[in-house]
Each structure stands twice: as C-alpha cells, then as structure tokens.
Design a protein around this ligand. Sequence first.
Ligand SMILES: C[S@@+](CC[C@H](N)C(=O)[O-])C[C@H]1O[C@@H](n2cnc3c(N)ncnc32)[C@H](O)[C@@H]1O
Length: 213
Amino acid sequence: MNSFGYNLDMDLKTNYEKWYEGDGYYWGTEPAELCHELIKLVPPSKDVKVLDIGCGEGKDAVFMAKQGYTVSAFDITENGIRKTKKMAEENGVEVNAFIADINDFEIDDTFDIIYSTGTIQYLADDRIDWFFDKVKKMTRDNGINWFNVFVDKPFIPLPPDWDVYEKMWPTARLFTYYPDWYFERMDEYVFECHSSGVPHHHCMDVLVARKKV
Ligand SMILES: C[S@@+](CC[C@H](N)C(=O)[O-])C[C@H]1O[C@@H](n2cnc3c(N)ncnc32)[C@H](O)[C@@H]1O
C-alpha cells in the first residue's frame, strides 16, 4: 500500500492490468491532444504507418486509425489490448494491436510516426539506450517520434497511482537522445491529473522530433 492508501500488486508488471479490468475506460475514450498535433505534422493516409507504444485501452490508436493512418499498437496488459481491439471493432477500423513489453519488443517494420504517452518511464535503466536506438532506426526518413515522460521535481509528490516499475526521469534527459534530429517541439510543464480519482500533479517533458535527411 502506498502513502495514499492505494494498493499496488507487486506481482504484476503493471497495475494497469487490474485498473483496465471490466468494460469501463480508465482513461476515457477521447483521444489525447498529441493526436491532433501529429495530424498537423504528418497528414493522414493509408501509406502512413503509425506505432503507439503503451497504447493502454486504445483511445489514441483507434482515433488515429479513424483518421486514415495504418496503425499498430502494443501494451503489456491483456485487458488493454482486449479493449483496444474492441474499441477498434466498434468504430469500424483496424488496429494491429498486440501484447508486448517496451523493454524487449520485436517489430520488423518501419513507421512514419512512433509515439508513446505515459509509458517510457517503464523502461528499465539498462534498456533506455537500446529503446531509443531501436525506435530511431524504425522511423522512416522525415518521420516523427513523439514521446513524453514524467520528470522528478522536488515540489511535486509521487502520484497516488504511481506504478510498481515506473521511474521518474531527470528533467531534460529525454531531449538528449535526439541530438541528430530536428526538434519540432521540446517542452516541460506541470499539469493536474485526476486518474485514480485523487487529484494530483505531474511534471512532464515532451519531445517531438523529426528524422531529417
Ligand atoms: C499512463 S498509461 C498510458 C496509456 C495510454 N498511452 C494512454 O494515454 O491512454 C501507461 C501504460 O503503459 C503500459 N505499460 C506499463 N508497463 C509496460 C511495459 N513494460 N511495456 C509496455 N507497456 C507498458 C500500461 O499498461 C499502461 O497502459
């Protein structure tokens, strides 16, 4: 139990497996703002391939498929992938959704957009270099990587639903993996979040980088 009285199951790779049980949507069904940003950066078409890493219950992946992209998405939770497939079916779109771990996924494909929100803090310390090397190689020329990560600030307490294998990153570390790419955006901000039902704050770094040739 954490200091908020919130039970964490240390046997699970992520407590989202439990939080995604049932038919409701923990994160709601509205797409994140990042999807609208991506649409402006790379206009949708079937030829444009998108990868959502840590897709949760699928709200962003399904929205991107509805815009006309060809979308693949993975998450470590069975419940998240079950719901992603269900949401795609209900919306009449295809999403290639599968279970995989951000720390050791194998995908033999390339993408125009690779994005991940709220998930790269699950990378183990010794997989971070591997991950960025891999996603950068998997990105097509002129493609986009959109990533965010929670960063540690002494004035912000850990969130109530902070997970077992999550790690806060130091400020600005994310930006250091892309010295050779064009930065469409680099940003850091604090925002209020109501996940878990307990209002709390996060500080987040966001990087939108383009693979210029
Ligand atoms: C904060 S949620 C964000 C979900 C989704 N991107 C969204 O915005 O709705 C973090 C996600 O990371 C997933 N996750 C946790 N550990 C993971 C891992 N090792 N590999 C892949 N996904 C993981 C969780 O299951 C959860 O869906």
